[in-house]
Design a protein around this ligand. Structure first.
Ligand code: ATP
Length: 373
């Protein structure tokens, strides 16, 4: 267990490519941090720098307050698990897990005790004599996990450890990783581009783009209070509505830009109801961002807590535990659709809410859940 501080770390590769710019990150002892971001944003580079496999160009890395920039990888007491398992094909599962202890010349009795404990923790006890070629993908990844935890490192680094596995297995091993991390309380930095993985595993999520950290916070903070459209998109399913607010006699009137005639309002609301919403500006194109569960067909009881508009129900997807309605905001005049938004919005419905395909409905959007960019 250790604290980790990354102070103003930048990395420029020999070809001149700047992969990281001024990265600052503090991990508390035992914290589980998940870094998400698109391919090429610098996630692996950052992990390799923390592990010592890659040099940094500027900045410093501290473990337990001690600068480790010049400490070689082997001496940093870090274990890294990547997606390609990196098991030795000619060694049994037992030896693969025991390997870090074998090379540090640990006594065979101690090795046996530790491999037994780790195998039990990972449900691998019955497979100890098998070679990697005789293991399933999930068993291989558990073996790699076993090898990473056997030395009780100060820090775990995971580089997309589940991306080579199918969806069911991913969920199982994800739970396993969470359980082991809680049990060992080892400070962990986990890289993925899977939002579900990030949101379900992390104490804290960090979203990266183009070598920069865009936002860092608790999963629910990033989900409900993203600081940019990029973060909002990266932390869950998102609806967006582009348009312009105008102030007309104390009312804020919203004109979607993607409606054909552009001069009919989709909704209007007394301006004082919207004053607390971050990012609100008038006479300028903005994007309203909200989650599928921020829309409802049940009129909220509290006055001024919601915006309402009309929408056409394009279709309904049944997911078993919930339903998702695909709707298109529209403007209705004299009982006829006068204009319709070109984009689909998603609205989450509970099982007991019924709406019909092709019907016109009134949709309520909770103002306190709205983000404007
Ligand atoms: P992925 O999710 O695809 O693994 P990533 O976020 O981990 O991507 P990195 O592998 O850290 O991204 O790469 C960051 C950027 O640095 C990319 O644009 C990549 O092409 C570049 N890069 C990585 N390694 C080198 C290298 N050795 N020399 C030059 N550029 C590199």
């Amino acid at each position: 267990m250790a604290t980790l501080s990354i102070n103003n770390v930048s990395k420029t590769y020999h070809n001149g490519h700047k992969a990281l710019t001024n990265i600052c990150l503090d991990a508390a002892d035992g914290e589980f941090i998940v870094i998400v971001g698109p391919s090429g944003c610098g996630k692996t580079t950052l992990l390799r720098i923390i592990s010592g496999l890659e040099d940094l160009t500027e900045g410093e890395i501290l473990m337990d307050g001690v600068k480790v920039n010049d400490v070689p990888p082997k001496k940093r007491e870090i274990s890294m698990v990547s997606q390609n398992f990196s098991l030795f094909p000619n060694m049994s599962l037992y030896k693969n897990i025991a390997f870090p202890l074998i090379i540090s010349a640990e006594k065979s009795q101690i090795i046996k005790e530790k491999v037994t404990e780790v195998s039990r923790l990972l449900g691998l006890t019955h497979l100890q004599e098998r070679k990697p070629s005789q293991l399933s993908g999930g068993e291989k990844q558990r073996t790699a996990l076993g090898r990473a935890i056997i030395r009780h490192p100060k820090l775990f680094l995971f580089d997309e450890p589940l991306s080579g596995l199918d969806a069911g297995l991913r969920q199982d091993i994800r739970q396993e990783i969470a359980k082991i991390q809680r049990y060992l309380k080892t400070t962990t930095i986990y890289v993925t581009h899977d939002q579900d993985e990030a949101m379900s595993l992390a104490d804290r999520v960090i979203v990266m783009k183009d070598g920069l950290i865009l936002q860092s916070g608790k999963p629910m903070t990033l989900y409900s209070r993203p600081n940019s459209l990029f973060v909002a998109n990266f932390t869950g399913k998102l609806n967006t509505l582009r348009g312009i607010f105008s102030n007309l006699d104390g009312q804020l009137v919203f004109f979607p830009v993607e409606m054909n005639n552009g001069n009919e309002a989709l909704f209007k609301e007394p301006s004082q109801h919207l004053t607390g919403v971050n990012g609100l500006s008038v006479n300028k194109e903005v994007t309203l961002a909200f989650r599928p569960e921020d829309l409802t067909v049940r009129k909220p009881l509290r006055q001024g807590s919601h915006i309402s508009f009309t929408a056409l129900v394009s279709s309904i997807e049944y997911k078993g535990y919930e339903k998702i309605a695909l709707i298109k905001p529209c403007i209705v005049k004299h009982h006829e659709i006068n204009d319709i938004y070109s984009c689909i919005l998603f609205m989450r419905l509970s099982q007991d809410q019924y709406i019909e395909r092709e019907s016109l409905i009134t949709v309520y959007m909770y103002i306190d859940r709205l983000s404007i960019f």
